[in-house]
Write a protein that binds this ligand. Structure first.
Ligand SMILES: Cc1cc2nc3c(=O)[nH]c(=O)nc-3n(C[C@H](O)[C@H](O)[C@H](O)COP(=O)(O)OP(=O)(O)OC[C@H]3O[C@@H](n4cnc5c(N)ncnc54)[C@H](O)[C@@H]3O)c2cc1C
Length: 372
């Protein structure tokens, strides 16, 4: 009932699983501990947007490291995860939106995203299916989308095949640190001991940090997704909109997958979609793509995600307890960057530092900030 390992990773979402894979490849033993099944939470139920466009400069450093993994995913984890480099188009509804998109393109030029600002007849000719309120957009040709259900579980499987101990259906309910060891006690009596622990517990990460007296601010929300019946081809790119509130993509089978609103707490660590939010997403979708009007909605759900005050994750070693590394609080944007976060965590654990700039993600960055 007692297991000793080099690194204990709490949470087999995409972040924990990609860290497990990277650390195993560096030769350390790893226990990847998951209350449910690998990738069954946010990592497996998200929208599937593999998007660099729109991220902050700080996050683009992570995106830049993740991008080559996505375009060669099969070599990294043995499946392609249905990644499609469709391009990501951020829509504009006004001249002010276009100005803001152009300013962003200029600000992030050094990252080589190849952003193209499109408007007027050239935009209409290329994207004839958008409704009249859409006047242009910014296209990032190398971005795309993937199937989160495949990718998240695929990472956990790849970590297991690389030799990580994947321990599913094992909820850790007591956290202790004594001597030089973390001691993680599961509901079923198992105990996992390790000198290093990675807190990749997603929306529950702040709770886990608090168990070690590390206070990291985060709120929880419940992003909502809806899916239509299969429709004829309408949308070749993955969509976002300046100012937020809508995103969409069309999968190969024809279903449109859309999001942009929030549901609510369903109790017992579950999430419920919200009727009004779903109606809003559907009507926005119909205004953007009039040909989808009248389509049947066949599936809706909500996931559980942690949001930090500045919408950037916590990545790095705890300032209160050496050996504890946090990687959570991805604030609705962890899917694309997770492969890089795993590589970075392996560097922090094995080398003590990473070449990727991480200052913006310091876990203690709110320590002296009065938050509302
Ligand atoms: C509906 C939705 C749409 C999204 N769309 C996008 C998108 O298009 N693009 C994008 O980049 N990002 C998107 N995101 C965000 C992205 O999914 C998350 O940021 C990312 O998956 C976070 O991964 P994670 O591994 O940190 O968390 P999770 O996947 O939540 O994994 C954490 C794991 O820790 C486990 N755990 C927690 N506590 C314990 C415990 N005590 N014992 C054992 N196990 C525990 C949980 O069961 C869980 O499986 C979306 C999120 C949602 C919910």
């Amino acid at each position: 009932m007692v297991m000793e390992t080099d690194v204990a990773i709490l949470g087999a979402g995409l972040v924990g699983a990609s860290a497990a894979l990277a650390i195993r490849r560096r030769g350390l033993s790893v226990a990847l501990i998951e209350r449910d099944y690998g990738g069954s939470r946010a990592s497996g139920v998200n929208f599937g947007g593999v998007r660099r466009q729109g991220r902050s400069v700080a996050q683009l450093h992570l995106s830049a490291r993740a991008h080559p993994v996505w375009t060669d995913l099969e070599r990294h984890i043995g499946i392609d995860g249905e990644f499609v480099p469709s391009g990501h188009l951020k829509l504009a509804r006004s001249a002010a939106d276009l100005v803001s998109l152009a300013a962003y393109a200029q600000r992030v030029e050094a990252f080589g995203l190849g952003l193209q600002i499109l408007e007027g007849p050239a935009f209409r000719a290329r994207f004839p299916d958008f409704g009249p309120e859409i006047i242009g957009g910014s296209l990032c040709p190398g971005d795309g989308h993937a199937n989160p259900r495949l990718v998240a579980a695929g990472y956990a499987t790849a970590a297991r095949m690389a030799g990580a101990e994947l321990i599913e259906q094992c909820r850790i309910s007591q956290f202790a640190h004594s001597g030089s060891r973390f001691r993680l006690h599961a509901d079923d009596g198992r105990e996992i001991r390790a000198p290093v622990m990675i807190n990749a517990a997603g929306a529950w990460g702040s709770e886990v940090a608090a168990a070690f007296d590390d206070t990291l601010p985060m709120r929880i929300d419940y992003p909502t997704i809806l899916v239509t019946e299969p429709l004829p081809p309408l949308l070749s790119v993955s969509l976002g909109i300046e100012g937020g509130g809508f995103y969409g993509r069309q999968v190969e089978r024809g279903n449109l997958v859309m999001g942009g609103g929030f549901g609510h707490d369903g109790g017992n660590d579950t999430a419920r979609p919200d009727g009004e939010a779903l109606a809003r997403i559907g009507s926005r979708g119909a205004a953007i793509l009039p040909a989808m009007r009248g389509a049947q909605i066949i599936r809706v759900w909500a996931g559980i995600e942690g949001y930090t005050p500045d919408k950037s994750p916590f990545i790095g070693e705890s300032s209160t307890l050496p050996g504890l590394f946090h990687a959570f609080g991805f604030s609705g944007g962890g899917f694309q960057i997770a492969p890089a976060v795993g590589l970075i965590l392996a560097e922090l654990v094995c080398d003590g530092a990473s070449p990727t700039p991480l200052d913006a993600f310091r876990p203690d960055r709110f320590a002296n900030t009065a938050l509302p």
